[in-house]
Design a protein around this ligand. Structure first.
Ligand SMILES: Cc1cc2nc3c(=O)[nH]c(=O)nc-3n(C[C@H](O)[C@H](O)[C@H](O)COP(=O)(O)OP(=O)(O)OC[C@H]3O[C@@H](n4cnc5c(N)ncnc54)[C@H](O)[C@@H]3O)c2cc1C
Length: 301
């Protein structure tokens, strides 16, 4: 390929949000390169749920059919490597890849996702996405009615407990130390049969990522099939920060309703911009970004 040619858009991140944007841009006959380091956040989960037409498919299968359909558009190309630097300004950005290729484009889209930071709890990382899960809409149905835990503390745990109670009546919240619950919240949870366990958690016992028990610091073990957790995270890619994109207090790239950042010509979409972590939400945001980028290429704003 001719790397010195001015592309319309470089999409950094070629998972659900990035490929969805590339689809809209390809159908608008835009010259697009998608750079992807192929580390989507859900890669360890055996089945993805709650995305229409792909309910229960593997993440790899969804990615494969997405790539096949997007790359059928001749103006869209995929480079399977990371972007390592991004400089420039609206209508002339330069992106360098890990192998040293230098690409130029009028606009940039970051669909680079986030990196979940695993707690220092033996067994947790191995179970992540399999039986240690982030979202009841993605995985709660498969664990309905089964002994389930929530590993969390803080203001939101009562609400989280009452939410997850929808899927199972065998629910324990493991606060890993003294619970920060108000008396009325404790009562609400007790009324719904939700147990609060304050003993520190020591280890997740599992078989190939499928949880069997939680080991507690006092030597007890609690039988569990699933454990919900909301993990801290960091941006997967720091290039938006380097370009001057502002971030929310929680750490997401700040965008408007059209996925535009505060930096002219730079858009962002998907998990990198939103706490609503779902394939469907990433696809919707990517489609919006693709359409708005094309609009901006036509009208200039
Ligand atoms: C364990 C787990 C299970 C999940 N299960 C479900 C489910 O069942 N159903 C559901 O709807 N949702 C599920 N989700 C949420 C869903 O996976 C995410 O919302 C979705 O993957 C977000 O898509 P994205 O394109 O924004 O980011 P990602 O899918 O995370 O992809 C980001 C891409 O950008 C690439 N990238 C990052 N930096 C660079 C760079 N510098 N250069 C090039 N490429 C880069 C990464 O390698 C990656 O390929 C799950 C999430 C997790 C963590």
């Amino acid at each position: 390929m001719n790397n010195s040619a001015m592309l319309d858009v470089i999409v950094v991140g070629g998972s659900y949000a990035g490929l969805s944007a590339a689809l809209a841009l390809g159908r608008a006959i835009r010259q697009v390169v998608v750079l992807d380091s192929d580390e989507p956040c859900n890669r360890q989960t055996p089945h993805s749920h709650n995305f229409l037409t792909q309910d229960g498919s593997t993440p790899a299968a969804i990615a494969a059919v997405s790539r096949e359909q997007v790359l059928a558009y001749p103006t869209v190309r995929l480079h399977p490597e990371a972007a390592v630097s991004a400089t420039g300004e609206d209508n002339h950005f330069t992106v360098t890849t890990a192998s040293g290729a230098v690409l130029h484009a009028r606009k940039l889209l970051f669909a680079t996702g986030i990196r979940d930071l695993m707690p220092a709890l033996p067994g947790f990382a191995e179970c992540w996405g399999i039986s240690a899960i982030h979202c009841p809409y993605c995985h709660g149905y498969e664990y309905r009615g089964q002994p389930t835990g929530i590993l969390a503390n803080g203001e939101a745990i009562a609400e989280m407990g009452l939410l997850i109670r929808n899927w199972t009546d065998k629910l324990t919240i493991f606060t890993n130390g003294p619970a920060t619950l108000q008396p009325d919240q404790r009562q609400q949870l007790a009324d719904r049969g939700v147990v609060v366990e304050e003993t520190p958690v020591q280890q997740l016992l599992h078989q190939a990522g499928y949880l069997t028990h939680l080991a507690l610091a006092d030597g007890r073990t609690v039988a569990l099939s699933a454990l919900y957790a909301r993990l801290p995270f960091e941006q997967h890619c720091t290039l938006p920060h380097d370009l001057g994109c502002t971030h929310s207090a929680a750490g997401h790239i700040a965008v408007d309703n059209f996925q535009k950042t505060n930096i002219s010509g730079v858009y962002a979409a998907g998990d990198a911009t939103s706490p609503m972590r779902a394939v469907g939400a990433a696809v919707a945001a990517g489609m919006m970004a693709g359409a708005m980028l094309n609009r901006e290429l036509i009208f200039g704003t």
